[in-house]
Design a protein around this ligand. Structure first.
Ligand SMILES: [Mn+2]
Length: 424
């Protein structure tokens, strides 16, 4: 299913007048508007291959039909999103779900859609058919050297696939942990994990990064071997400069101050990037910004302030990726909403009067600090984002356009109603 430029132009034309009214209303109150629009145009969020089908549950999955059946169709779906919002210019693959059999053809297809390859993800939380050893009791931390070796080799294989596609980071999440007290020697598990990670680290090409994700619980419920940002940072520091900590918003215990974690990791030069999602209880993997958009804004505020303090490029110096998946929305509409929520939080953070905030902090003026933050947060920046999209050749209102064009119906016609994408 291809979207033609003239269809986008016709649609945008029909909304042009009301958009211009809204845009001029906000534009006249913003300092440095051209720079902000440019930053919004440059900012890209990677789409995970496993979010293109319904999922996110260990119970029943209810496919809405037309789900991508292979890596080519996954790239096509991300291409569709990118054509609409011009902010989804990369895909993050998961091995072995997305093994690129013909890397040159896959790269050519991605280039056709203006898509590049973000971090590649390994998978040692499931056993695969024909695998010699089981990951039932963990992978890189396992008590049995043969299991660890198998998991190390899998990660090195994933790096090889990534190199072929032009990716430059291995994103690693371990389900390793324990379900019951006494099951595991914590120091032994840490030591095994570190030894295993050192072997993987040694296999990284010179321009690659190793992103170490942490998670408080699930699927193990007593301990997780990389359970929080402190443990991830400990590994990253011991491994070296190519290793950094990846923050997944859903991987914290309730009410954790994620913005503070982000601020300190950035200060240490150890923040790899993000897996965006939203949650009410745990790792719910809901649409970004659907539950707590204020927290998302506060996180972006720390990101922008911290990145600017280190003269980092917002668009390229951290990894930005969605990691969400659930059962009730059309996955492509859900991803359009997630990217939009990220762009809104980013734009609002760009509007924060940093100098005034620093002065308020210096004076211990909590009232002024709140006023400054909430002034930015309560600004309706949607016309700014729409304008950036328009300048990049995208659609003024992506979800509306997607429905008007009956994209899902088109995908079902092409692929069938009963298709299931690989993923969780
Ligand atoms: Mn994640």
């Amino acid at each position: 299913m291809n979207i033609e430029k003239f269809q986008i132009a016709e649609f945008n034309q029909s909304l042009q007048q009301s958009h211009e009214r809204n845009f001029h209303h906000i534009a006249e109150n913003i300092n440095g508007l051209p720079e902000i629009l440019q930053k919004l145009q440059d900012f890209q969020v990677a789409i995970p291959s496993w979010a293109l089908g319904t999922g996110g549950t260990r119970f029943g999955r209810f496919s809405g039909g037309g789900e991508p059946r292979n890596i080519e169709e996954k790239i096509t779906d991300v291409g569709l999103l990118h054509a609409l919002n011009r902010s989804s210019g990369s895909i993050s693959l998961h091995i072995p779900w997305d093994i690129p059999e013909n890397a040159a053809a896959i790269k050519a297809l991605a280039a056709q859609h203006d898509i590049r390859f973000d971090a590649v993800n390994s998978n040692t939380f499931q056993d695969q058919p024909g695998q010699a050893h089981s990951y039932k009791f963990g992978s890189l931390h396992h008590t049995d050297k043969a299991v660890r070796k198998q998991a190390i080799e899998h990660n090195i294989e994933v790096i090889r696939y990534g190199v072929e596609l032009g990716s430059n980071a291995l994103s690693l999440w371990l389900a390793d942990g324990s379900c019951f007290p006494g099951q595991l020697n914590f120091r032994g598990a840490f030591k095994h994990t570190l030894d295993s990670l050192q072997e993987i680290y040694a296999a990284l090409p010179s321009d690659w990064k190793l992103w170490i994700e942490y998670k408080a619980y699930e699927p193990n419920f007593y301990s997780t071997t990389i359970g929080d940002w402190g443990q991830s940072l400990l590994f990253a520091n011991k491994l070296g400069p190519k290793a950094q900590t990846l923050v997944d918003l859903g991987h914290h215990l309730p009410n954790a101050n994620i913005e503070q974690i982000v601020s300190l990791l950035l200060m240490e030069g150890k923040l790899a990037g993000f897996h965006f999602n939203d949650s009410k209880y745990g790792d719910d993997d809901l649409t970004v910004g659907s539950i707590n958009p204020y927290q998302l804004f506060l996180i972006f505020n720390e990101l922008i302030e911290g990145m600017d303090a280190r003269s980092m490029n917002h668009a390229t110096d951290l990894g930005w990726m969605i990691d969400a998946s659930h059962n009730v929305k059309d996955p492509l509409e859900d991803l359009l909403q997630s990217v939009e929520a990220i762009m809104i939080a980013y734009a609002q953070a760009l509007l924060v009067d940093t100098k005034a905030l620093q002065a308020a902090q210096q004076d211990n003026d909590a009232v002024a600090a709140q006023e400054i933050l909430q002034h930015a947060y309560r600004t309706d920046v949607r016309p700014l984002i729409a304008q950036a999209r328009l300048l990049s050749g995208g659609v003024l209102e992506p979800v509306y356009f997607y429905r008007k064009l009956k994209v899902r119906e088109g995908l079902i016609k092409e692929r069938g109603l009963k298709t299931v994408a690989t993923g969780l």
